[in-house]
Design a protein around this ligand. Structure first.
Ligand code: TMP
Length: 212
């Protein structure tokens, strides 16, 4: 019953501090799921390929300066511009493994001092993930991992602050994985959790919306 007629794809979000391993793990997950016959794509936010994404990318590499509220809204707009494609993919039965989503949006902007409710507001109405997995790593450990690349937020003190806001945002539905474990162990745990979620979405239950 892998291919129930109204099977939809699952929306799975990976969150965590910079250098927590999200990007490597999402690549591995996609190969795994495709390999066992589940259509899946790997997505990431920010999506730097769009016009909005290019503004975000310039900001992150310090080539441009923007007001904190303005960049927050651009990150949100970057998710909104992908919303209909996201919905179409899920409806057609393709699962999405998404590297960062609204939780990054709120955690990073709140860590700068913006009001958390203000930060959540533009995310309301985006598609709600079926699963959020948090790759948990102490900021100090993440910083040791080959150092940060020098983008705007890749600073230990700031990442500590972001970690606090991720904690505030998390709820009992989040799956927390200890990202200090060897990569293979993280991968094994992720596969199990994610496959469960993909299967549970095949009954056609509808996609819900964020923060309503
Ligand atoms: P990346 O390294 O995963 O491409 O993400 C770029 C940076 O942007 C990362 O430090 C997290 C931050 N970010 C936000 O501040 N708001 C957002 O909405 C997203 C998706 C990322």
């Amino acid at each position: 019953n892998n291919h129930h007629s109204d099977a939809r794809g699952a929306l799975i979000v990976l969150e965590g501090l910079d250098r927590s391993g999200k990007t490597s793990q999402s690549g591995r997950l996609v190969s795994y799921l495709n390999g066992i016959g589940h259509p899946v794509e790997s997505w990431r936010f920010p999506d730097r390929d769009t016009a909005v994404g290019k503004m975000i990318s310039a900001y992150l590499s310090n080539e441009s300066q923007l007001d904190d509220h303005t960049i927050h809204l651009l990150f949100s707009a970057n998710r909104w511009e992908k919303r209909s494609l996201m919905e179409a993919k899920l409806k057609s039965g393709t699962s999405l493994i998404v590297d960062r989503y609204s939780y990054s949006g709120v955690a990073f902007s709140s860590a700068k001092g913006l009001d958390i409710e203000w930060c959540k507001a533009p995310e309301v109405g985006l598609l709600a993930p079926d699963l959020v997995v948090y790759l948990d790593i102490p900021p100090e450990k993440a910083a040791e991992r080959g150092g940060y690349g020098g983008e705007r937020y890749e600073k230990l003190e700031f990442q500590k602050n972001v970690a606090q806001y991720y904690k505030k945002l998390s709820d009992a539905s989040w799956k927390i994985i200890d990202a200090c474990q060897p990569m293979e162990d993280v991968e094994k745990q992720l596969k199990e959790i994610v496959l469960d979620c993909v299967k549970s979405c095949q009954n056609g239950k509808s996609v819900s919306q964020l923060w309503l």
